[in-house]
Design a protein around this ligand. Structure first.
Ligand SMILES: [Ca+2]
Ligand SMILES: [Ca+2]
Length: 236
């Protein structure tokens, strides 16, 4: 039975190591046909970007009195979102980004990490500025200033005159989006009406890292084999 267990474990480890990388992008939006939208999005206060200020943020992230780039890593996404004609619109929970707003954001992680997933939240008081449109780049510890393309997002939900919020999550079937990441850059692409509203960018470390699963699996197998040898020993 131990041998069967060992073979299954080894097969799982080999399968995990051989899995081809495939990027997965999941989109979601919320709107309710009224001017008050209590949304279900719970942004992270503990992700790798939380509390980090960008090292570069060209453009204007405070169009219409929006909150600026700082709100993207503050662990908050106000709810409910209301239309300004039905009360104060929460401009301060959004940053404006696009060719007519902020055009790029660069974050340096400080310590290189394997990135497992990224979630970007946005929205507006209507569908006029709720498109998510940007390209994501990453740099590695070996060359922190050299940014390589990761993926491009272009998501625009349907038209409404009511508040609408969006979430785009990016991950990889291997569990690792990018390894040994020192920095991330978001370049904002063409979007409806020149700029869109964004509220949070959450970046999560890969957990557990596949490499450590493999090592852990081997360690467990080794310990089991050791125990078996002990048990097989005749008693003195
Ligand atoms: Ca966050
Ligand atoms: Ca926020």
């Amino acid at each position: 039975m131990n041998k069967t267990f060992s073979h299954i474990s080894l097969a799982l480890i080999l399968t995990a190591a051989a899995a081809p990388a495939a990027l997965v992008t999941v989109t979601d939006f919320q709107t309710n046909g009224t001017d008050t939208l209590a949304h279900p999005y719970a942004v992270s206060t503990t992700d790798l970007l939380n509390g980090l200020a960008p090292t570069a943020q060209p453009g204007n992230f405070v169009q219409e009195g929006a909150g600026g780039a700082g709100v993207l890593t503050d662990g908050l996404f106000a709810s409910p979102i209301t239309r300004d004609l039905g009360g104060a619109f929460q401009f301060s929970t959004f940053a404006t980004a696009g060719p007519g707003g902020g055009t790029s954001l660069t974050y340096l992680l400080g310590v290189a990490r394997n990135i497992g997933s990224i979630s970007v939240y946005g929205g507006w008081q209507d569908s006029g500025r709720d498109q998510q449109s940007y390209s994501i780049f990453y740099s590695t510890a070996a060359a922190p200033g050299t940014f390589l393309p990761l993926t491009t997002v272009n998501f625009n939900p349907g038209t409404t005159t009511h508040p609408q919020v969006t979430k785009v999550s990016i991950s990889d079937t291997t569990g690792i989006l990018a390894s040994d990441v020192a920095g991330l850059r978001f370049d904002f692409n063409a979007t409806e009406n020149g700029y869109s509203g964004y509220s949070e960018i959450d970046v999560f470390a890969a957990v557990p890292e596949p490499g450590s699963i493999g090592l852990l699996g081997l360690a467990v197998l080794g310990a089991a084999a050791g125990r078996r040898r002990q048990q097989d020993k005749p008693r003195a």
